[in-house]
Design a protein around this ligand. Sequence first.
Ligand code: ADP
Ligand code: MG
Length: 257
Amino acid sequence: MPDAAAPVIEIRNLHKSYGTLEVLKGVDIAAPAGHVVAMIGSSGSGKSTLLRCCNLLEDSQQGDVVFCGEPVKWRGHGMGRHPADRAQVVRIRTNLSMVFQSFNLWSHMTVLQNIMEAPVTVLRRDPREVEEKARAYLAKVGIADKADAWPAQLSGGQQQRAAIARALCMEPKALLFDEPTSALDPELEQEVIRVIKALAQEGRTMIIVTHDMKLAADVAHHVVFLHKGKIEEQGPPEQIFGNPRSERLRGFLSASQ
Ligand code: ADP
Ligand code: MG
């Protein structure tokens, strides 16, 4: 049974390889309800892989993935390990909505259709209720007037806000962001950052992979610095940005200025 006091998502001692390339070398991360965790680190350090392991978009070879206190059940072990319970995978995936760097809206659907698709087809919710919610989430991200537009008619910032509305419309327990502002011009970045900050203020549970140290410092309760598949340092933003202990973190931060 789900445990309300347990973190929404927790990863323990996770090991993940692609063939012979070991990408995650025993990583722990937890997102307690109402908390924002920021993940920072150089390109190739394993941030996207870790995020994808949280919602089981990637298999892993060792360690635990625990959703609301419920450990993922595996079949087999090592390289042959896969989730054993399909219903559990769907439950976890629909409760951890992902927002990607490249928006990933379906180009053949309007904005409204994009948002309604998964709640109606995967969660089997009533389309009229979903439409009402979808429009409310579009208003929340500031693009209520774009419901009937095609993704190609939107700016990058509007597309990303539509993708956030789509994630919200699943009414997930946590949102996972993978570099949500990296593909945007600086002026469009800000409109997405405003939305993310508003979500943080509402107490939403989020894991945000970002290259934007200011965003991480502003919204995160906890910051994790990943280096070559291991957590090199973690702590509150005041420590990570104000008083970093690790030499590697200091080097990374001065290079990210
Ligand atoms: P980050 O998001 O921190 O930039 P990634 O998690 O994308 O890092 O990648 C970590 C490492 O795993 C990199 O060396 C990358 O080349 C490798 N990698 C990522 N995805 C795959 C894949 N599907 N197959 C093989 N190697 C991969
Ligand atoms: Mg990445």
